[in-house]
Every structure is written in C-alpha cells, then in structure tokens.
Design a protein around this ligand. Sequence first.
Ligand SMILES: *Cc1c(COP(=O)(O)O)cnc(C)c1O
Length: 397
Amino acid sequence: MSLANGRTYLAIPGPSVVPDAVLRAMHRASPNIYEGELVDMMPDLIADLRRVARTDHHVAIYMGNGHAAWEAALSNVIAQDDLVLIPSTGRFCEGWGEMASGLGAQVELIDFGMKSPMDAGAIEARLRADTAHKIKAVLAVHVDTSTSIKSDIAAVRAALDAAGHPALLMADCIASLGCDRFEMDAWGVDVMVTASQKGLMVTPGLGVVFFNDRAADVRTRMKRVSRYWDWTPRAQPAHFFQYFGGTAPTHHIYGLRAALDLIHAEGMEAVWARHERLASAVWAACEAWGQGGPLTLNVADRAHRSCAVTALRLGTPHGKSLRRWSEHEAGVTLGIGLGMSEPDDPLGEGFLRIGHMGHVNAHMVLGTLASMQAGFEALDIPFGGGALDGAAKALSI
Ligand SMILES: *Cc1c(COP(=O)(O)O)cnc(C)c1O
C-alpha cells in the first residue's frame, strides 16, 4: 500500500506547479506564427510582464531557461576582460559568476557565506576602493535558491550610489519574481533576469531579461554581441519573429499569457502577501520541529528568508530518507539540498528545500508540512511538538 496515489505535488523550488489554466492554454494546435492571435497578443504580454517586474523599461524574451537568461544579460553588457563583482550568498551567485567567467569576464566574489544576506556596507567599501571604476557590473541574486537567503537589492543600489560608482546593477530574480516583493525601477535595478518555471508558473523554457536605458546605452558601446543574445531587436522588434530570434515558443507564449492573467487578476500585492503568509506557516512548523529534533532552518532571521523557498538541514541519513518517504509514501516531492555539504556529508544529502513558489495555496502548504511530520514519525526522526498547530495558526490570522 502507498498513500502517494492521488494527485502528486512537486514541492521543489522550480519547476513549480503549473496551473490547470496554463496547461489548458498550452494544449492547442500550433498557431500561425506570421499573423493573427499570437502576433497580436505580444504588446499586452510585454506590458503585463513589465507590471510583474515593476518596470517601465525594455523586455527581451529568449527560448531558454534561467542559465540562458544569465548568459543573455551578460552578453549584452559584459565584454572580454571586464570585471564583475558578485556578492555571494549561495550556489546560484557562484553559478552566475561561472557564466560570466565562461564569457571571458574577470569575476570577483565577495563571499557572505551560506547563511546571511549580502552586506551592503562591504559592497560599498569594495566599490569605493575601485577608484578607476574597473568594475563594470554588480551581479546580485535577489533570492539564492540554494540557501533561501533573500538580500536587499535596494541597499545594493544605495551602496553603488553612496560610492558614486557607475557599475550596472544586475539582479537575478529567477526564484523571487512573483513571490518576494521586487520593484525593478524603484530599487534602481538596471538589468533583471528571470525564467518561466518558478513564480511565473509556466513550464521551463522561457528566459526573460528586463533592462533600462542605462543598460541599453552600455550595450551600444559593446564591440560585438552574439546575434542570438542581442537584446536590441527582441526589445524593439520590427517583425514578430524578432521577438524570439526565430520561431516563437508558441505554446509557452499561450501559457505565459494565462499565467499573467492569473497573477494580475490576483494583483501583485496580493500575490506577495500570499507568499509571505504561506512562508510564515512553513517557518512556524520548521521552527517548532527544530525545538525537539535535528531540523535546523538555514537562515536564522525571518527578515532574510525568501518567501519562495526554504532551505533546511536534517542531517544524514534523515534528509534523504525523508525526501524518499514523502515522495513515495505521501505524494509530495521535496527539493534536494543544492551546493551544501559538510565534512561528514560531502553530497549534502542531509539538506532539503521546500518550494512554496507560484501556484501554491494553504492546503498545499499544510499538506506538505503534515506529510513531513508523518515522515518524521514513520522514520523515527525526532521533532519538536506544536509545528502543525503553529502552521495552521499562521494561516488563520
Ligand atoms: C532556478 C534558478 C536559476 C537557474 O535557472 P535554470 O532555469 O535552472 O537555468 C538561477 N538563479 C536562481 C536564483 C534560480 O532560482
């Protein structure tokens, strides 16, 4: 017997749950890519993407995942030997740096460890020391999905301004967009990258780069930019196919249209508030479990935790056995630890992540948490009491 039969739930930090309305929108015959509905829907689609990012500026869409969006953004403004600064709070910060280094950039990391957010003061000090203005961009990951640390991106802008430094501020909102509050223009972000399969609730396959006029101006001074990654024709297309550098990702566009309809029908403020409330239930449960067992939350301070994902540690062998149990016995798939390891756990199997991004509601979160507790019971993993009461209470305020 298994209790997993029934609708399964992928509670990992991306790909996230795809709403039925999005799946239905994608389930259709191939549309005409030269004229008609698909072509006509683009202006509103772009406008509605801007509203999610809180920007009035340019949007370029690529067929590709988040890694593609990373490379796309860098390719437009970072040339060989340019220096980029990465305030690092986890694996994804390092990953964006590796992407830059693969493109020939010089990469300098300020390592803030795996448990605390970026410190704007340290960033400002480094920028002030760069009197020759060699640093061309600061690559700041809003939420590092491996550690679930959320950093203050507006504070990074303030650091740049205080240092009087002209570097571009580039933000990775792949995990956070549509989950944690993000305001591109108000926070002074020049370039932002995201992808379709997390808070945007679409299947993996679209990378989106938002950029302002400052970044567009840096682009015009690049000696050359790969044709495929060049954001200029995509953001100002004379023909429909230029939006995508070739054949459009037809079904993804229909899916994204449906997802944006859901997001804007709910409203950005309500979307953020829902994520915050659901995350508070996850935190309440984890904090209580940790009082009487091995579970520890990766980020101690709630203010620095993302509302999209929670990273935690159970230690070996509990982390891996709980993931196995919850997937095979309860129908809930939890995320693996990523980029985490300890001397006696080099593969990081004692770490877990709970995704709570996108199309997620109260019963999904409560079901996940209760299933985890059933797993603790079944596997004899000690845990503190009151966790589910705490989670229910967090959702009943
Ligand atoms: C998921 C993620 C990425 C990578 O996206 P892929 O689609 O897997 O390439 C990069 N940065 C962050 C913060 C992410 O959450």
